[in-house]
Design a protein around this ligand. Structure first.
Ligand SMILES: [Zn+2]
Length: 243
């Protein structure tokens, strides 16, 4: 089968109490649309970077699956309360680029269907284990997927279940290694976005932190906020610090 790019940008343990407080044995998959036009890495970095009680396991765009929470932790995805089965038993998958749709969304939806089929096989589940957010709360989500026809998505998943062999190495074999960012001799601003319109913090001279690579010519870093146990993810203009 085609190599599927799966990248883990996991929520730091310090934030488990906000993002994924409960242990979970997954029982099904919950499909969402993001209602944004952002990439999977941006969706996950935003989700694990903020302190809102909103979370999901994976975001899928036209290039890759990005996982932010391990499947043995719950996420706040389904809007069905702290004991709701969507929030406590579902693997939440967000399909990116659903706001405007178009080719990027179509490809993201296709990749999400393929990944969903892989998960069904991994857990030994049937197609009935694919749920939509709407099944757990009144929300019309995954909106664009529903507009296009839920059965169409389900049929795509079914086809991938038929055609593709299981690739057991997919999770351990294709993670991008986390790199290091070492700041230079001056303090470096960290921005929420790669356009660098919103400053969210800064790195001290020579400060070291995790780096997830370069996106749109910016280094994506995860750094500890001064004097706290909180981590933030953002983008730096100076990319020579990526080691
Ligand atoms: Zn949703």
């Amino acid at each position: 089968m085609m190599q599927m790019q799966i990248t883990k940008l996991l929520v730091p343990k310090e934030k488990y109490n906000i993002k994924c407080p409960y242990e979970m044995t997954p029982e099904f998959i919950v499909i969402h649309n993001t209602e944004n036009d952002a990439s999977a890495k941006a969706e996950i970095s935003y989700m694990i970077g903020n302190n809102n009680k909103v979370s999901f396991h994976c975001a899928v765009d036209d290039e890759r699956v990005v996982q932010g929470v391990e499947f043995n932790r719950n996420t706040w995805n389904a809007g069905d309360g702290s004991n709701g089965s969507g929030n406590r038993k579902g693997i939440a998958i967000e399909i990116c680029y659903s706001k405007s749709g178009g080719e990027k969304f179509q490809e993201a939806e296709r990749l999400a269907a393929e990944y969903t089929a892989i998960l069904l096989k991994k857990y030994g589940w049937g197609i009935d284990k694919v749920k939509k957010h709407q099944d757990f709360s009144g929300k019309y989500c995954p909106r664009r997927t529903l507009d296009n026809g839920w059965d169409k998505f389900i049929n795509m998943v079914k086809n991938y279940m038929k055609d593709k062999p299981i690739d057991n190495n997919i999770e351990s074999g294709s993670d991008e290694p986390v790199r290091t960012y070492q700041n230079g001799s001056t303090s470096e601003n960290v921005y929420a976005d790669t356009d660098c319109t919103k400053k969210i913090g800064s790195l001290n001279p020579r400060e070291k932190c995790d780096c997830f690579g370069i996106f749109n010519d910016r280094a994506m870093v995860r750094y500890q906020v001064d004097g706290t146990n909180n981590y933030k993810i953002g983008f730096c203009k100076w990319t020579d610090g990526v080691k």
